[in-house]
Design a protein around this ligand. Sequence first.
Ligand SMILES: C[S@@+](CC[C@H](N)C(=O)[O-])C[C@H]1O[C@@H](n2cnc3c(N)ncnc32)[C@H](O)[C@@H]1O
Length: 377
Amino acid sequence: MLHGRGVEENLTVGRVAELAGVTVRTLHHYDDIGLVRPSARTGAGYRAYAAGDVERLREVLAYRRLGFALREIADLVDDPATDTVAHLLRLRGLLLEQRDRAAAMVTAIDRELEARAMGIETTPEDQLKVFGAQLYEVIGSAYPATRRTEPRIAAQIWDALGDARTVLNVGAGTGSYEPPDRDVTAVEPSAVMRAQRPAGAAPCVAARAESLPFEDRSFDAAMAFSTVHHWQDPIAGLREMQRVARRVVVFTHDTTDSGWRHRFWLTRDYLPDVARLVAGRPSLDELADAIGARTQPVPIPWDCADGFLEAHWRRPEAYLEQHVRRAVSVWTRVGPKAEQRAVDSLRDDLSSGRWTDRNHHLTDLDTAELGLRLLVG
Ligand SMILES: C[S@@+](CC[C@H](N)C(=O)[O-])C[C@H]1O[C@@H](n2cnc3c(N)ncnc32)[C@H](O)[C@@H]1O
């Protein structure tokens, strides 16, 4: 029931549990971990939920139902940049997405049941199509927990954009690194990512880099952050960016030389499996040549705010955290076995002191050169 006036009544823990369909134990747990606290008291002195607490609980329960972990939810609901309306819009988008996905699965299952009833065998390809979402439809909901604009890297990118007034952000995700002082248009193929763009973010078009729905030279500059390695045809995507914009700025990584895997202890000692992911992909030089770009190194600060793969190079314990790994596609792409092996082995080395023995030189560094590059063309 909507009230035109403020809701005066504070609700007891038992009443909230009843209304929300959760146990009192769950509410106590949320209280214990500081996620949602009943901040008021009833006339009889019992702890009670004020209107603001109920609002917060509603957001927590909705994110929970969408499959977010409590830790990620804490980051989401504590984000000062997101107000209640922004949360509602984001939740609405995610729920519609989930509904559409469930409807598509029901249709696929109905088709298979029909086929089986008629004695028709379905192929393995047909069976897997039900789950045939793109990678970011699967991992996208974990993304905002740790992925956000790192100001020092943003400064380097915005500087490279020069005096561009209109900027296209390709593979824009949730909108990190979009310059606040320019006229930005975003392109993002994943509906899950689009739904998580904050309210007030730049307008976002559902499209792929390889085929941008814009006229030639429509923008002063086009940027792409940490996305080129996901494109089916990176060279075609970069050429498209160059077609629609006068200047192109791309943040990516260098896997050109044979030593790249050894630059970073994570890939060198724990996750050599990434080599398989870059095999056959165009090298940094090929990408740069395709658009006549020059390359600039991007040093990664030790306390990098954006949780991409290399971000925690001086904070190794972070890689033991599920929510840190879930927001980085590499961990999903190497598969659960390689991931578990890497995490177990890192955990052992951290507790035995082996990691520190091998990497003590890093503790004195404020930034690291890990092969991250800007292409400016
Ligand atoms: C690691 S995320 C980076 C998102 C954002 N640029 C950021 O820095 O937070 C990679 C993004 O690339 C998008 N992507 C995947 N294939 C793409 C394609 N062919 N064209 C454009 N974007 C693509 C994914 O959906 C995902 O949102």
